[in-house]
Design a protein around this ligand. Structure first.
Ligand code: MLT
Length: 344
């Protein structure tokens, strides 16, 4: 049908792009860490996506190895369960030639009473170059980043940010739609508990898209009025004319009360099925960060429909975007000097 659109390489932000310095055809990325989308400029977002395009090609080649991170040590610290994100970061680091270590944080000294900061300082003394951290508390990754000399990548902190997810979503959208601006994007479901939603709202807004949040009032964040987005509680109205339909998982682990009447009722009103999707544009793509609750937020048939769903492409883009992000942080010659305050 309509998918596999052209692959435009430059999205919005091209104006700033031209002014910035470049390394090997790719613009430099002047951040010491990747903690969120908030501090990134449109040009920097474009830089990550352009470099990720190169890694998409490498990842599809028979020989997938590169030595960009050769000799560097990457430590993955996941304080919250994760399968896909941890695997994605691990594959990304290994393809770039880093020595990758996964720390089993569930069984770590944190359990024995050590604080997050002590763990960070202990690890720091072993001279890692890249720390990939997921933590259930918003802000914990930023705190940790202040205490270490190496580059820190936020792999998701509480309800705060999940920057590589938003970047991989952006890359998927850009490849599918041929651009990353002036699109109507409906983000649907449990917005209140979702770091994926927050990072996507920031990124898509910076790239000048029209963002609509769709979901029950109980699952909208309190500060929704300040986000500069449209809000509707009616799924059909929210999907009307949308180019992209981004579904979110019900984050039950972050709910401390009855936010929905029942899963059945939720699916009936806000679950994505063929009838509701018919309100979006005919060529609208369907996204989901995974893991999915089939039959709760999305109908399994739609999730598996290769003409509409780009969910597997999102997973593929995840590896490429994480390779690009780690490559850019490692390129920064100042990243390991420990001179605080030199970075944005
Ligand atoms: C996350 O960690 O936030 C995931 O990628 C999305 C989810 O858990 O629903």
């Amino acid at each position: 049908m309509h998918r596999r659109a052209s692959q435009a390489l430059v999205g919005n932000g091209a104006r700033v792009y031209k002014r910035a310095s470049r390394i090997g055809g790719i613009m430099s990325f002047r951040h010491r860490h990747l903690l969120g989308i908030e501090p990134l400029s449109p040009a920097e977002i474009t830089t990550v996506l352009d470099l990720a395009e190169r890694y998409v090609a490498l990842n599809r080649a028979p020989d997938k190895r590169s030595d960009r991170l050769k000799g560097l040590t990457q430590v993955n610290m996941f304080f919250e369960n994760s399968t896909r994100t941890q695997a994605s970061f691990e594959i990304a680091g290994k393809r770039l030639g880093a020595d990758v270590m996964n720390m089993a944080m569930q069984a770590s000294s944190i359990r024995k009473g050590e604080t997050l900061i002590d763990t960070a300082l202990t690890l720091n003394a072993m001279h890692p170059d890249l720390l990939v951290v997921r933590h259930p508390h918003s802000g914990a990754v930023n705190l940790l980043a202040e205490k270490v000399n190496c580059a820190v990548l936020n792999a998701g902190d509480g309800r705060h940010e999940h920057p590589t997810q938003a970047l991989l979503d952006a890359l998927t959208i850009r490849r599918e739609k041929g651009r990353l601006h002036r699109l109507t994007i409906a983000i649907c479901g449990d917005i209140a508990h979702s770091r994926v939603a927050r990072s996507n709202i920031l990124l898509l807004g910076k790239m000048e898209n029209r963002v609509r949040l769709v979901g029950p009032p109980t699952l909208m964040p309190a500060e929704v009025g300040a986000l500069g987005v449209e809000v509707t509680h009616d799924m059909r109205a929210g999907l009307e004319g949308a180019d992209v339909v981004m579904m979110l998982r019900l984050q039950k682990e972050r709910m401390d009360g009855g936010f929905i009447p029942s899963e059945r009722e939720y699916y009936h009103r806000w679950g994505l099925d063929a009838e509701k999707l018919a309100h979006a544009r005919e060529d609208a793509i369907v996204m989901h960060p995974g893991p999915m609750n089939r039959g709760v937020e999305i109908d399994g048939t739609i999730a598996d429909d290769i003409n509409r769903s780009v969910i597997q492409e999102q997973v593929e883009m995840g590896v490429a975007v994480r390779m690009a992000a780690m490559d850019l942080l490692a390129r920064n010659p100042r990243a390991n000097t420990g001179r605080e305050g030199m970075y944005v």
